[in-house]
Ligand binder design. Structure first.
Ligand SMILES: Nc1ncnc2c1ncn2[C@@H]1O[C@H](COP(=O)(O)OP(=O)(O)O)[C@@H](O)[C@H]1O
Ligand SMILES: [Mg+2]
Length: 488
């Protein structure tokens, strides 16, 4: 059949239903805002201001940047669903890919998206998608102005002269779930706490380099560097490796974090980021220095384990390998390309092994001669300048547990233990022992029941502190005073 005789139908998507389906790509508020910041960075913005207002009738989220802005044609294109072909080559600094982010990220959170932009010519343009208007008109009706005065006020003016873009979300049906303003507000503030952390982490390399500054309600965000937690105890860096696909380079840098006993309570908190220590172990994948995956073994066959929690591996990929890494629309997941999978698995495996070692050998474990198992003692015998003395072992699991539990107030406990250690009635004990008429009580021999209870309490305290049952038992079993329990 020649082409002229070809019969066909034109089947256009229903605007409302297509836009509705873009709402369920699985964004959350933090990934959605991060996607808008990608656009700002690609537009060379150096300052990004995020603000919001929670009100019964006109809640909004507003993101303003001082990037290069757009002319009218570019703005129209930007508002188009699918403005670019994902297969097109992108500028090497471009953080975009599918030509969807602005729309899908926004509609995942709101029903009305207004964009105001101004390029270097100084002329400003506005366009607005309102899902309810699209629904009512049954067509791709893109407004050329704000819907009403309230929206105009929310959109506001540029805070600085020069070019820039403002993105405004209104009708926040996904963010404001209940009809209760008070609980909505609380819910919203809680979510925004996570937004702050997520952005500080996702863009930490841009913030650290002072390429961008992000403000949330005029408060400047700090970078959260997942590898550099403590000034005093830097993470160990294992050798960096470079792999290539089609002459495009991938850099892999494993880090082993310092053991938590070395960190202050503030540093420990920073390390938890959003999901906690154990969850944040694994690969940190950066595409053009922007974090895509924060702590995951991706599709490798490793499970997240508490003992591996000090292992964090940085992988840097360029935007030219998107299809090999199967970067998704949200830029929130990826798959390791088969050609380098084996090598990456080996690097991860060796790094995990090293991290587990640091985690389990937390400090002063003494070993009895000829004994295989490691035993940890309550007291430590030490020698300094020819003088012998004993001190309470600060690396003892129970000592650590109590210090951690007390946090900043742990000094009271440490001081108290120091005093106990220093004021042991040594000479009395020695004379008691040397007096044959005195019978000394041996707690460990005579009170096995009590000792057993203390052992069980210790195990459950360790479990409460976040250790798995197996790990808690192993730890408690390594404590010297409990060795008696096993002699039967
Ligand atoms: N803040 C912004 N400043 C300047 N241009 C923007 C901004 N946001 C979006 N754009 C333009 O809109 C286009 C579409 O954005 P988007 O839907 O996020 O897709 P992508 O980022 O994949 O290109 C961008 O390629 C860019 O040209
Ligand atoms: Mg984008």
């Amino acid at each position: 059949m020649n082409k002229q005789n070809q019969k066909y139908d034109i089947v256009r998507p229903e605007p409302e239903s297509l836009l509705q389906s873009t709402r369920s790509f699985g964004y959350c508020v933090e990934t959605a805002i991060a996607d808008l910041i990608d656009n700002s960075i690609t537009a060379n913005a150096t300052k990004i201001k995020i603000s919001f207002g929670i009100d019964r009738y006109s809640s909004f989220v507003r993101i303003e940047d001082n990037g290069k802005g757009m002319n009218e044609k570019e703005l129209l294109n930007a508002m188009k669903v699918g403005s670019f072909n994902p297969l097109d080559d992108r500028h090497e600094n471009d953080l975009g890919r599918f030509g969807l982010g602005l729309k899908t990220a926004s509609f995942s959170q709101c029903r009305r998206l207004t964009v105001k932009t101004r390029n270097k010519s100084g002329k400003g343009f506005i366009r607005c998608w309102d899902l309810d208007i699209v629904k009512e008109k049954k067509d791709w009706v893109l407004l050329r102005n704000c819907v009403d005065k309230v929206s105009e006020k929310n959109l506001g003016e540029f805070s600085e002269r020069g070019s820039g873009t403002i993105v405004l979300w209104e009708k926040l049906d996904r963010l404001m779930e209940s009809r209760e303003l008070k609980s909505d507000k609380e819910h919203f503030y809680r979510k925004f706490d996570n937004v702050r952390k997520h952005l500080g982490l996702t863009f930490h390399r841009f913030i650290e380099n002072r390429e961008i500054a992000i403000f949330v309600l005029d408060h400047e965000l700090e970078a959260i560097n997942p590898f550099n937690i403590s000034d005093e105890y830097p993470s160990a860096e294992l050798a960096e490796e470079q792999l290539s696909i089609r002459q495009q380079h991938i850099y892999i840098q494993p880090f082993i974090l310092p053991h938590e006993s070395k960190l202050s309570s503030n540093e420990k908190k920073n390390l938890e980021i959003v999901k906690g220590w154990t969850e944040h172990q694994g690969i940190y994948l950066y595409r053009n220095r922007r974090l895509i995956a924060d702590g995951t073994w991706l599709d490798l066959d490793f499970r997240k384990k508490e003992s591996q929690r000090l292992c964090r591996i940085r992988i840097d990929i360029p935007n030219t390998l998107d299809s090999e890494w199967q970067i998704d629309v949200k830029k929130a997941s990826a798959k390791i390309p088969d050609v380098i999978r084996k090598r990456i698995r080996t690097i991860c495996f060796t790094s995990i092994e090293k991290a587990v070692k640091v985690y389990t050998h937390r400090g002063a474990y003494l070993r009895r001669k000829g004994e295989k198992k490691e035993i940890v003692y309550l007291w430590k015998a030490r020698q300094k300048q020819g003088k012998r003395f004993y001190e309470v072992n600060k690396d003892h699991p129970i000592y650590q547990l109590i210090s951690e539990y007390l946090g900043e107030d742990a000094y009271v406990f440490r001081d108290y233990m120091r005093l106990i250690g220093e004021s042991m009635p040594v000479s009395l004990i020695v004379s008691d022992f040397s007096d044959p008429s005195t019978i000394m009580k041996d707690f460990f021999e005579s009170s096995r029941g009590e000792l057993k209870t203390i052992y069980e309490n210790t195990v459950s305290a360790l479990i409460n502190a976040g250790f798995s049952e197996d790990e808690a038992i192993k730890k408690a079993d390594s404590i010297e005073c409990f060795q008696q329990l096993k002699l039967n």
